[in-house]
Design a protein around this ligand. Structure first.
Ligand SMILES: *Cc1c(COP(=O)(O)O)cnc(C)c1O
Length: 429
């Protein structure tokens, strides 16, 4: 569910006509719906309520300060993967105790910043990293009440069934340690006095569409928890990571309630605090990327629609063939889309490639897509653009990054102004 819909053939973001936003703020523009963020977070909070979960929104999916602020105000914690993301969360007054920090390559500086901030859990990806954390904690931790907590990232070796670049829970990835090694890591470091290794973290990947891999992972982790406890180790929390499906196509992934229905019964009564790190499932559908048609042209048998947003604005289609539903912002009544699906063919539509202005063959937003006829000057909406959209954007081809807009009800405001040429060269002066 999200709050972008057509009314009288015009696309609205909550109560705002997106043409009005384009007229004021220009294109390309990321347009976020505050209500959608809140709704998605609330549904996850409600679905897992009986386990008193700590929900840590994944900052790398969508890290604008104003978005993080909305999440923090609604009780969300944060999943971070860098010192820069820690800085962002602290800037908006996010509760440090509700921060979990993952990443295979944390630098000393980043670790020290996180120690000083007093974050909730360091999600440890290797023994060397844990040794380094202990070494740094001995020097930099403030006092004895600030015992640091760590979760060991375990690799459950389950098949997450996503794009190869997006799987992180298999044995052959760089993430975490194998389940068999986990016991010896706890034996060696579990009783630490500066860093308390007292939780398990898993993160299977992103872009999955089913519950099974999560169920499989929990079924592999629970026996590990039992073994660790039998050996006298404390395991207080289980962090199940992120990777819950986002509805890029209408109703093709489980809802938060459906994930919870599969997972809560397995975890009930286990004495484990549940931590979740949702990114996409909260923010993907909370934004569109609004773009304007610059030209249309025929190339061989193909028709191209050239728009003003390119792979520097939204790299997901080029990087891993991601699907985004794309549709004109104003349509005749007969073209109001009935669902946001790959194979939505409507009589009178035409099959086109939607491409950007970047000098790369890989610069496309969609291929062989049936859309209503469009012409130069029309606005188009790229749906499901809220996750790994702006955060993965770049200045390639010396293009300023898009502006970001936050809609709330009938009003909207700029939450990041469009980059200017001067912004782009300022650091080279
Ligand atoms: C990227 C990431 C997430 C978020 O994944 P989504 O698919 O966006 O939910 C959560 N945890 C970790 C450790 C990550 O790297």
């Amino acid at each position: 569910m999200d709050l972008f819909h057509y009314s009288g053939g015009v696309l609205l973001a909550e109560g705002v006509d997106v043409e009005r936003i384009a007229a004021q703020a220009g294109t390309p523009a990321y347009i976020y719906s505050k209500g959608t963020f809140e709704d998605h977070l609330a549904k996850i909070q409600a679905a897992y309520r009986e386990l008193d979960p700590m929900i840590c929104f994944s900052v790398k999916a969508c890290g604008n300060l104003h978005v993080l602020k909305v999440m923090a105000e609604r009780g969300s914690g944060f999943d971070i993967v860098s010192g820069g993301e820690l800085y962002r969360v602290l800037q908006v007054g996010g509760d440090p105790a509700k921060i979990v920090y993952a990443g295979v390559g944390k630098t000393d500086d980043e670790i020290i910043e996180a120690i000083r901030a007093g974050i909730g859990y360091f999600n440890i990806e290797s023994e060397q990293e844990l040794e380094n954390l202990i070494r740094l904690a001995e020097r930099h931790a403030a006092g004895d009440e600030t015992m640091l907590k760590a979760a060991l990232r375990v690799n459950p070796d389950v098949d997450y069934r996503s794009h190869a670049y997006l799987e992180t829970g298999k044995r052959e990835t760089k993430f975490g340690v194998d389940i068999e090694r986990a016991v010896s890591v706890f034996d060696k470091y579990g009783g630490g006095s500066t860093v308390r290794l007292c939780a398990i973290h898993v993160h299977l990947g992103t872009g999955g569409k089913t519950i099974d891999p999560f169920v499989d992972a929990v079924k592999k982790i629970l026996p590990l928890v039992d073994r660790l406890r039998e050996k006298g180790h404390t395991v207080e929390a289980l962090d199940l990571g992120g990777g819950y499906g986002a509805d890029y196509e209408t109703e093709t992934v489980p809802s938060a309630e459906q994930y919870a229905a599969g997972l809560v019964p397995l975890l009930r009564g286990k004495g484990l605090r549940l931590i979740l790190e949702p990114g996409k499932s909260i923010c993907a559908n909370a934004a569109i990327l609004l773009t304007r048609v610059l030209y249309t042209k025929q190339g061989g048998s193909k028709k191209f629609v050239i728009v003003d947003a390119g792979m520097n604005d939204l790299i997901r289609p080029s990087l891993y063939g991601a699907f985004h539903f794309i549709w004109p912002a104003r349509v005749d009544a007969r073209f109001v889309p009935t669902a946001r699906n790959k194979d939505l063919h409507m009589g009178g539509g035409e099959v086109v490639d939607i491409v950007g202005p970047i000098c790369e063959g890989a610069d496309f937003l969609a291929k062989d897509r049936c859309i209503p006829p469009v012409q130069r000057g029309d606005l188009m909406a790229v749906f499901g653009a809220g996750a790994y959209g702006f955060t993965m954007s770049s200045n390639y081809n010396a293009r300023g990054r898009a502006t970001e807009i936050l809609v709330e009800g009938d009003s909207f405001r700029v939450i990041r102004r469009r980059e200017t040429y001067e912004d782009m060269v300022a650091l080279e002066r």
